[in-house]
Design a protein around this ligand. Sequence first.
Ligand SMILES: NC(=O)c1ccc[n+]([C@@H]2O[C@H](COP(=O)([O-])OP(=O)(O)OC[C@H]3O[C@@H](n4cnc5c(N)ncnc54)[C@H](OP(=O)(O)O)[C@@H]3O)[C@@H](O)[C@H]2O)c1
Length: 274
Amino acid sequence: MSAPAPAAGTARPRHAPWRTALITGATAGIGLAFADILARDGTHLVLVARDGDRLAEVADRLRARHPIAVTTIAADLRTDAGLTRIEDRLRDGEAPIDLLVNNAGTGTRGAFHTLPVQAELDVVALSAVAVVRLCRAALAPMVERGSGWIVNVSSLAGFQPDPLTATYGAAKAFSLSLSEALYDEVRGSGVRVTALCPSFTATEFHRRAGIDVSRVPARAWLPAERVALAGLRAVERGRPVCVPGTPYRLLAALSTVAPRRLARFGSRVFAGAR
Ligand SMILES: NC(=O)c1ccc[n+]([C@@H]2O[C@H](COP(=O)([O-])OP(=O)(O)OC[C@H]3O[C@@H](n4cnc5c(N)ncnc54)[C@H](OP(=O)(O)O)[C@@H]3O)[C@@H](O)[C@H]2O)c1
């Protein structure tokens, strides 16, 4: 389904440089926070997730509060059919998408050899395959127009190998590396690409994945709104990587300079503490 152009009389963005954004995983957590912030700034929205009823609820709420056009696409981004629908929307030259937020993601936790392989493949499908396909579909028209913004929601887990969340860490390392490479490739074209790399963020993510976070201290958690806002600021300023929260920024920096053996050790200790 292709979203219509914004209705006549709807507001143009007040502060933001973009006019229309497409957000995947927009019904909960970080994606919903992106939708709320962008709606407040007057950005027209295309919201993507699987649950159509929940999408409709979010869209109705945002339309009631803000003078913006909100359309929804119910799609499972693990499937070729779902991805094709979003690619078609991203390529629609009649109603261009200026800002793409690749946010939908799931996780697993446990010893790799004990986890159901389909759940591991789902992690890769959302955090790697979908990111490649949607970036590819969005970037070509953006580069042609000489303007565009892409935020790929990666993770602090992407900075080092992650025992007990091995596939998740590897998939997020993929999206982090892809984003940095794309940032560099399109530099100077008017298009900006940012990898947003949060750590613990208060969302539905861990409950959905059946991950016990009872040992994670309250102070470790970031609000989803803060994470989304940091990502938007970073992409607007043309930053390739954004790690919200000072302690997490330091950890990311340490992972980047530490010898691989030390990074693996730190990650093992961190995994054991969770
Ligand atoms: N929460 C954290 O601590 C944390 C930390 C670092 C990075 N991240 C990353 O942040 C991103 C957002 O996570 P979150 O914490 O906000 O998760 P969340 O609260 O569980 O929300 C996930 C969103 O993605 C959608 N979604 C899930 N599977 C989908 C599929 N197959 N196709 C389309 N949409 C799908 C969900 O809606 P439906 O179920 O209706 O499809 C929902 O809107 C993920 O990429 C995650 O890896 C999260």
